[in-house]
Design a protein around this ligand. Structure first.
Ligand code: HMG
Ligand code: MG
Length: 295
């Protein structure tokens, strides 16, 4: 049992935003390497519309290549019932539904308003319950929206509460465009935690303004124990203008080591994986720890 669980989102949040098509074999190898680093939750891919996110159009093949590794959860993003059926057909045992605290972002990202998206999820949750599929829920734009600007805290709490009440076992609070600062992040987390147990919350920071590690630290102090992160700092949402990658998994592991919190990951292997995928993608490694230990 570790103190902190890191949810590795690089293969999904990272690769959905790559300008070049990444080979399916590389996606599978990335996930297998991440599992070998000790990850127990790796978000593998998305069953969204391939017209909207062509980078992840090979979701079926990725899932087939992975099989069911022991003791590892491989959640996949699902936007609607059609996505659920595709995910189930591919053998998914855990899914993540996603919506936002901002109406404007939601329309750009999933072509639906907030309430409309929640209604879409009703049959997804029903089917998931019957099929024994676990559901994670994302709330995006919790600290700011690229279209609307400021997002009222009450909207974040309302959407998080709705997903939790529908049956999501965990709610991941996403600073989609990485504009948050530590005190605002803590205040947001505490507002949500006043309605949902802290144990059912995760934080998901993009690092656009370089605040993500500081935000994580503040949220750890406030009691959160699940952190989304991405190897090599891959990431970004194609429908969030200006969003950069997620906080790097390597950087979070280094931070946790410094705090004496356990996480179950092998930092050296994670650093090597960050270098490997950055090289495969032909992009600089965005992990500060990775850069510091370039070998
Ligand atoms: P739409 O165009 O309104 O969909 O898109 P529709 O229901 O009108 O259907 C249009 C066509 O798409 C139909 O096909 C459907 O069958 C098909 P046609 O009849 O024309 O041949 N379709 C699908 N095909 C495959 N899989 C599906 C699916 N659904 C419909 N699941 C939709 C609505 C939600 C589908 C679209 O907007 C979409 O896929 N959006 C996904 C965008 C996305 O993936 N964004 C990135 C992930 S979110 C994120 O990164 C944030 C996060 O990291 C947290 C954070 O950082 O804050 C999670
Ligand atoms: Mg994200």
């Amino acid at each position: 049992m570790t103190n902190v669980r890191i949810v590795e989102v690089g293969p999904r949040d990272g690769l959905q935003n790559e300008p070049k098509q990444v080979a399916t074999a590389d996606k599978i190898e990335l996930i297998q390497r991440l599992i070998a680093c000790g990850h127990r939750t790796v978000e593998a891919t998305s069953f969204v519309s391939p017209q909207w996110v062509p980078q992840l159009a090979d979701a079926n093949e990725v899932m087939a290549g992975l099989g069911s590794p022991d003791g590892v959860s491989l959640p996949v993003l699902v936007p609607n019932l059609k996505g659920y059926e595709r995910a189930l057909g591919a053998g998914a045992k855990e899914i993540a539904v996603f919506t936002a605290a901002s109406e404007a972002f939601n329309r750009k990202n999933i072509n639906a308003g907030i309430d409309e998206s929640l209604e879409r999820f009703v049959p997804v949750f029903e089917r998931a319950k019957n099929d024994g599929v676990r559901v994670r829920g994302y709330v995006s734009t919790v600290l700011g929206c690229p279209y609307q600007g400021a997002v009222p805290l009450g909207d974040v709490v309302r959407v998080a509460r709705a997903l939790h009440a529908m049956g999501a076992y965990e709610i991941s609070l996403g600073d989609t465009i990485g504009v948050g600062t530590p005190e605002k992040a803590r205040t947001m987390l505490m507002a949500v935690a006043s309605e949902i147990p802290m144990g059912a919350l995760a934080v998901h920071f993009h690092d656009t303004y370089g605040m993500a590690t500081a935000n994580v630290l503040r949220c750890l102090d406030a009691g959160v124990r699940v952190i989304d992160a991405s190897v090599g700092g891959l990431g970004g949402c194609p429908y969030a203008k200006g969003a950069s990658g997620n906080v790097a998994s390597e950087d979070i592991v280094y931070l946790l080591d410094g705090l004496g919190l356990t996480h179950g990951l092998d930092l050296d292997r994670l650093i090597a994986t960050g270098h490997w995928i950055s090289e495969r993608l032909g992009r600089p490694n965005a992990s500060r720890v990775g850069k510091a230990r370039s070998g």
